[in-house]
Ligand binder design. Structure first.
Ligand code: MSP
Length: 648
């Protein structure tokens, strides 16, 4: 049976960080897991190459968009390959085949009466690719806080409003269509509100797919990007079964509306089958240390792979973060888990078991049934692991499995095979054999279950156990206690997860991070940008009096939290020497966690007209710098200075 899953397709205005890697690693895990459960799993990933952001980023490098995207798409693929990601389709939205699918879908929707020409005037956020219906000229985008641009366009509209009832019926008939529950509620509230038609072409953009209509219309990025999921498998069947529709789209929570509202509506309009599930994971928040902050707080996967291996990163992300919730990444936590659970937990069980087999039985698996209590627990764990993984509950599945590893660890200590080996008599011999068999059998079962999670290390353990065939060929549904054959000779023993010292590993990863950034900048030609290309031209000259109108003050952040429902905004209270701290809403949440902002000295524009963002009145603005398309970097002070001091 086919199982079709997708990752989002990633914008080519940057290169992968571990947030992107998270979703892609989960997708690869699910693909491998489903295959071992007997499905013909198909995974599509790719790059989202059109739109103003990418076009601007390309032009800033002095490159044509296509040339720029060619370089970046190759880089995304290279990074996925290095991390051992196995995908079946990599769709680039600039591929001619994709253009054809998008135009075909557009025509189908139009022929069915769901696309019509109209006129739009309003505010548009280039960064979020969104019309901000409620905004007035000059207003900031409610999501990212950046200024919106006023656009008036003759556009083609998609009749989204016509699908309100059908969408609500869909959510009611398939309660697990949108997961997790919080995202479902968010979508329900949105669709129950006033669902406006969607402008799906632009005349102001060049870099995109031409709409199959009269005139110079280019298709809106989301009517382009989502269709990549279909482009990949439009013609594909497996044993006569069409691969479309998707069984699950894995996405990040901020793009839920596009996937759970627009996408099913586009498909309904074209009379095509709908995906079965949209699963939105949370955000990965990054450790706030000096080095990452100065670089916009981005952690890349390659340095981690080179120091502790891609499996360690996968394991950390899957175990640390409940899929669907936000989670934090820090190098120290990564190393701590690696040492405790991979080096000590699994690695230790493997080396102990294999060494005992070698030492006490010449490397042969003894004939035994194994401990009945542990055998029973193993059966339960296999079932629990499947149940959790089937529901995307990876951390819980791994918890259950590690519970079994701890149990067998205690069992070995209790049995003390090193004593049994020295004891005389049949009973001690049998006891030793039972003990060795039990630990080897747990190791075999754990290794098979972990093959999708640890694709580099599980095959090594499998081989060391002397197992015939590839671990990936195991049919997990047939996995039972007692299948380990007596007499089987183990292979050559070699450690799988050597312990690492955080004091050495973390600085090494940071060093490599700097190298990777430099390498990627070179790749993009960022090392020698044409003078001034990255930065906007200077604003017209002003007098000292003009400058004096802007009241800049030193502020100290006394509290910081995320703004509910927004991934981009932080709600800050800033002491600027007044009776009460100021409330300031800042569009910096993608680059700074609340903890990172706490107690920081910042620069505040203190006499800026208050403005409401997401229902919170922001009285002032934090000063931050950014290069085109880059993250904000907040201005601060090196020396002591009291809050309220004026900058002049
Ligand atoms: N191109 C669109 C998706 C189109 S899908 C038809 C896009 N691209 S993106 O590159 O900005 O983001 C891709 C995915 O990466 C999103 O699902 C987003 O949630 C995810 N992540 C980006 N940063 C992330 C974290 N820090 N943590 C977890 N995932 C994050 O949106």
């Amino acid at each position: 049976m086919k199982y079709y899953l997708t990752t989002p397709i990633y914008y080519t205005n940057g290169t992968p960080h571990i947030g992107h890697t998270y979703c892609t690693m989960v997708a690869d895990l699910v693909r491998r897991y489903k295959r071992m459960r007997g499905y013909d799993a198909v995974l599509t990933t790719g790059t989202d190459e059109h739109g103003v952001n990418v076009e601007r980023a390309a032009r800033n490098q002095g490159k044509a968009p296509q040339e720029f995207c060619d370089i970046l798409a190759a880089e995304w693929r290279k990074q996925w390959d290095r991390l051992g990601i196995q995908y079946d389709h990599f769709v680039r939205t600039s591929d001619p085949a994709h253009h054809r699918t998008v135009q075909w879908l557009f025509e189908r929707c139009r022929a069915n009466g769901y696309i019509y020409p109209g006129k739009y005037t309003g505010q548009y956020c280039v960064f979020c690719n969104l019309y901000v219906n409620e905004a007035k000229p000059g207003d900031p985008c409610p999501d990212c806080g950046r200024p919106t641009e006023t656009v008036t366009e003759e556009n083609y509209f998609f009749k989204l409003s016509a699908f309100r009832d059908r969408l609500l019926e869909l959510y009611a008939a398939q309660p697990d269509f949108i997961q997790p529950e919080t995202r479902r509620n968010e979508v329900l509230a949105f669709v129950q509100g006033d669902l406006k038609d969607l402008s799906i072409t632009r005349t102001t953009i060049e870099w995109g797919i031409p709409a199959p209509v009269e005139g110079k219309h280019v298709i809106y990025v989301w009517f382009d990007a989502l269709i990549a999921y279909l482009t990949a498998v439009r013609e594909q069947t497996i044993n006569g079964e069409p691969v479309w529709p998707a069984d699950v789209h894995l996405i990040g929570k901020e793009i839920i509306r596009f996937h759970a509202v627009y996408w099913p509506a586009f498909l309904m309009a074209a009379d095509l089958p709908l995906p079965k599930k949209i699963f939105a994971h949370g955000w990965l928040l990054f450790e706030q240390d000096k080095m990452s902050k100065s670089r916009g707080n981005v952690v890349r996967p390659d340095p981690i792979r080179r120091v502790v291996g891609a499996d360690a990163l996968r394991y950390f992300l899957l175990r640390e973060v409940v899929f669907g919730n936000d989670g934090s990444f820090s190098y120290d936590a990564l190393i701590a888990r690696y040492n405790a659970e991979l080096a000590n937990g699994l690695g230790n069980l493997a080396s102990r078991t294999l060494n005992m087999l070698q030492q006490y039985r010449g490397g042969a698996i003894p004939a035994a049934a194994g401990d009945p209590a542990i055998a029973q627990q193993a059966g339960k764990v296999i079932r629990a692991y499947f149940a959790h993984f089937d529901e995307f509950g990876f951390s819980r599945g791994l918890d259950a499995l590690w519970g079994l590893l701890s149990e067998v660890d205690r069992y070995i200590v209790k049995k003390a095979p090193w004593k049994l080996a020295r004891a005389e008599g049949d009973e001690a011999r049998r006891d030793l054999e039972e003990t060795l068999y039990t630990s080897a059998e747990v190791l075999r079962i754990a290794t098979a279950l972990l093959a999708p999670v640890l694709p580099e290390s599980a095959p090594k353990i499998w081989e060391q156990l002397g197992m015939p065939g590839e671990v990936t060929a195991v049919r997990l549904d047939d996995l039972r206690w007692g299948q380990l054959a007596a007499g089987q000779k183990i292979g050559v023993i070699a450690g799988v997860f050597p312990r690492v010292d955080a004091k050495e590993a973390v600085p090494r990863m940071l060093e490599l991070e700097a190298e990777v950034v430099a390498e990627q900048n070179r790749l993009l030609g960022k090392a020698a940008p044409p003078p001034g290309a990255l930065n906007p031209p200077l604003a017209p000259e002003i007098t000292i009096d003009d400058f004096a109108k802007v009241d800049l003050r030193v502020g100290v952040v006394v509290s910081a939290e995320r703004v509910k429902g927004s991934d981009k905004l932080l709600h800050l209270k800033v002491d600027i020497g007044e009776a009460q701290p100021r409330t300031i809403v800042a569009g910096i949440a993608e680059a700074y966690s609340p903890e990172a902002m706490l107690n920081r000295k910042v620069v505040i524009v203190a006499n800026l007209q208050p403005r409401k963002l997401r229902g919170i009145t922001s009285s002032g603005m934090i000063v931050a710098a950014s290069v085109e398309g880059g993250p904000p970097v907040v201005a601060g002070f090196h020396e002591e200075i009291a809050p309220g001091a004026r900058l002049k």
